[in-house]
Design a protein around this ligand. Structure first.
Ligand SMILES: C[S@@+](CC[C@H](N)C(=O)[O-])C[C@H]1O[C@@H](n2cnc3c(N)ncnc32)[C@H](O)[C@@H]1O
Length: 288
C-alpha cells in the first residue's frame, strides 16, 4: 500500500528548483522498494532529485510533495510507471563480464546438447533484468556463433525488465555505433548493420531469437519454464537479503536440474540460498 507523502517540509537544499523534503525522499524510497525490491537506503537523495526533476519540469508540477501526491493518486498511475523507469539504474554493455558468455558457449551448450539427446532440441534462456538489450543480444550472438545447427533447434531467449523504456529499446535493437567499441570486428560485421548516421542495428537473425517483455521480478511470472540458463546480473545489488532469498528460490524452481545461473560481479548467494553450487566467477549450478 502506498501512503501519501507527509506534509512536513525539510528541504535538502534551499537553492534547488523544486522543494524536496526528507519526507518526500522517504516516500519515494518506500514506493520504489515496495514496487521493485530496490532498496535505495538513506543516501540517494541527490540521485532521486536529479532523475525526477525532469519529470516535474515536464509535467509543470511545482514541488516534490505535489509529485508524490500525484503518483499516489488514481490519476497518476501512468506517471508512476515513469517514476519507476526514472529510478532504475540501467547501466549495461555488450559482452559485459565476457567469461559468462564463454562459459555458456563451452560448458553450458555442451550440457544442453547432452540433454537434447533425451529431451529434444529445445533451449530456453532467460535474461532477467535485461536493460536495453545488450545482455540478451550477447547471449543470442553467442548461440549463433557456437551453434551452427541452431536452425534445427527450438531456441528462445526471454529478455525481461521492469523499465518499459528499456524493453522498447531492447526490442528495437538500435544502438549508437560507440556501443560496439571493444567488440571483435568480425562480430560487429557479422551481426550488426548500419542504421543511419552513427547508429547500428542488430541483424534480424539475432533479433529473432529473443522475445522482449515487460516483467517485474517482484510480481507473478507468467512463464512456467523450465530454463536451461538464467542470467540475472547486476540486478539484485539494491535488493535486501529477504527479497534476494525469495527471488533466487524462484529462479531455482524454474531451472532444469543442473541448469546454470549467472549473477553479477558484485553479487553473491552466500547466506541467501543453498540450492546452487558456486562453480567460480559468479557462475552457479542448480543442485536442489
Ligand atoms: C544495471 S542493469 C543490468 C543489466 C544487465 N543485466 C547487465 O548486467 O548488464 C539492472 C536492470 O534491472 C532492472 N530491474 C531492477 N529491478 C527490477 C525488477 N524488480 N524487475 C525487473 N527488472 C528490474 C532495471 O530496470 C535495470 O534495467
Amino acid at each position: 500500500m502506498i501512503s501519501k507523502a507527509s506534509t512536513s517540509a525539510d528541504p535538502v537544499a534551499d537553492d534547488r528548483e523544486f522543494t524536496f523534503s526528507t519526507d518526500d525522499y522517504a516516500f519515494l524510497a518506500r514506493l520504489l522498494k515496495e514496487k521493485t525490491g530496490i532498496d535505495l537506503g538513506p543516501s540517494k537523495q541527490n540521485m532521486v532529485y536529479a532523475r525526477l526533476a525532469k519529470r516535474l519540469r515536464k509535467l509543470h508540477i511545482p514541488s516534490f510533495r505535489a509529485y508524490c501526491d500525484f503518483i499516489a493518486s488514481p490519476e497518476g498511475i501512468d506517471e508512476l510507471g515513469a517514476t519507476l523507469n526514472a529510478l532504475t539504474t540501467n547501466l549495461t554493455k555488450f559482452f559485459r563480464e565476457n567469461h559468462h558468455f564463454e562459459h555458456l558457449a563451452d560448458q553450458g551448450l555442451s550440457e544442453i546438447r547432452s540433454r537434447a539427446a533425451t529431451a529434444g532440441k529445445k533451449l530456453r534462456i532467460w535474461s532477467a533484468g535485461c536493460s536495453s538489450g545488450e545482455e540478451p543480444y550477447s547471449i543470442a550472438i553467442t548461440l549463433r556463433r557456437a551453434m551452427p545447427d541452431i536452425g534445427q533447434w527450438d531456441a528462445k531467449i526471454l529478455a525481461t525488465d521492469i523499465d518499459t523504456e528499456m524493453v522498447r529499446r531492447g526490442n528495437e535493437g538500435i544502438y549508437n555505433a560507440e556501443a560496439l567499441e571493444g567488440m571483435a570486428p568480425d562480430l560487429r560485421e557479422k551481426y550488426f548493420e548500419q542504421h543511419g548516421p552513427g547508429k547500428v542495428r542488430v541483424k534480424a537473425e539475432v533479433r529473432q531469437l529473443i522475445s522482449f517483455k515487460h516483467l517485474n521480478l517482484m510480481a507473478q511470472w507468467p512463464m512456467k519454464g523450465p530454463f536451461d540458463v538464467i542470467f540475472c546480473r547486476n540486478v539484485v545489488i539494491y535488493f535486501d537479503k529477504d527479497t534476494q532469498r525469495v527471488l533466487f528460490d524462484r529462479y531455482a524452481n524454474l531451472l532444469v536440474p543442473g541448469g546454470f545461473l549467472y549473477i553479477g560481479h558484485s553479487e553473491n548467494l552466500f547466506g541467501i540460498t543453498e540450492r546452487f553450487k558456486l562453480l567460480g566467477r559468479n557462475i552457479h549450478r542448480k543442485i536442489a
